[in-house]
Ligand binder design. Sequence first.
Ligand code: UDP
Length: 482
Amino acid sequence: MAGNENRQLHMFFFPFMAQGHMIPTIDMAKLFASRGIKATIITTALNAPLLAKTIQRSKNLGVEIGVLVIKFPTIEAGLPEGCESFHMASSHGVQQKFFKATTMLEPQIEQLLQEHAPDCLLADIFFPWATDTATKYGIPRLVFHGTGFFALCALECLRLSEPYKNVSSDSEPFSIPNLPNDIKLTREQLPDYLKENVESTEFAKFFKRCRESEARSYGVVVNSFYELEQDYVDHYRKVMGRKAWHIGPLSVCNKDTEDKAQRGKESSIDEHGYCLKWLDTKKPHSVVYICFGSIADFNESQLTEIAMGLEASRQQFIWVVKKEKNHGEEEWLPEGFEKRMEGKGLIIRGWAPQVLILDHEAVGGFVTHCGWNSILEGVAAGVSMVTWPVSAEQFFNEKLVTQVLKIGLSVGALRWVSLEGDSVNKDAIEKAVSRIMVGGEAGEMRNRAKVLGELARRAVEEGGSSVLDLNAGIEDLKSIGC
Ligand code: UDP
């Protein structure tokens, strides 16, 4: 309450059930809790165990985080049993049902708000009903998008001015008006839900509701740091008139090796020890790391092209492949590939300890699908990138990396294709990987990336821009009586 400044603020954190949203939300909860806020995460039964170890380690260090478990309406929404995480929604149709399931969660959240009477609800952008729910209980709703300021500004400018309607073909470039930089895109790089008439599909209607509920929310918390995209932080605040606090990069707040190793899931390679020992034997900046996040799902012919491109590039690599072996067989892998690559390349099947790998000094480049967490983790590690956007807002993130920060180059994926991505041939992969790893251009990009990495670390140190903004956000909440 106002006037009772010593009372402990209680915040509910409610992440969307996907790795790219859960992982930064746990970090956020830890961060707020470490500054004296009572933090409670709300999640579902099958997602709760993924948080358990992090929460226990945090507790051992004196930082307590509560967890409240709700029931995910899998059956009611017509989802396959056990489908409580977005990465398990393997088609457009199942994804739609997944979003439908999340709209059914509102009564359970209402009940928790009633029982626990928190002061603030920080809910993911994908819960468009959350602003009204929070209002009903007289508390502010903060939004977490999971992406950065650049993409948020680009999306809004595109929505308002629709420049993609004035080009004659899907591949003709256009500029996004009113942005601090001249950013060029094509229509085929835009998310479907942006191009569709807002009333024409379920997805388009859903994203419209998300946008409206953000506009009515109290403000936005962003996993980013001022020095990374300052023009866009200012643009978002001034031009778009939103309250926003940048508090990242959240991954850097993890100091403990186990915390870094067990982000999202347990890594599938020998307690992460093997690949780090392998990296220890390599020279600085001599290994390229390839990973496409938790959702993108390349088909077998694309995996074959990647294998051939990597081999032709002659670079050492760690490559994360989501596909599990089918009865020990991997028909997409070129014959003799693993034998030829022995000592030179490592394939991790399943889940990799990404932050630990990127932070290793042997890693010099990162081939990424441009998920925002991956971009920030790459930036914080000071590595340059080959950008290979697949879907979501990843083509915007690519432009930030290649056109604004100039710490990476594009592999040449031209089209937004949900899950599978645009196809890219082995020659383009070979060329991009070689360019990022060797030669003068690679050195320049890496030098710029190193500077940003240093700025990222400073942002989350005491007195750094993100710590100051986090404090400002907490003070703001207290000033309105939270
Ligand atoms: N990640 C990981 N190991 C993997 C794949 C992904 O630790 O093998 C983590 C990665 O570090 C990041 C998150 O999962 O924190 C993926 O989020 P991002 O926004 O990059 O992509 P998304 O999965 O949402 O497409």
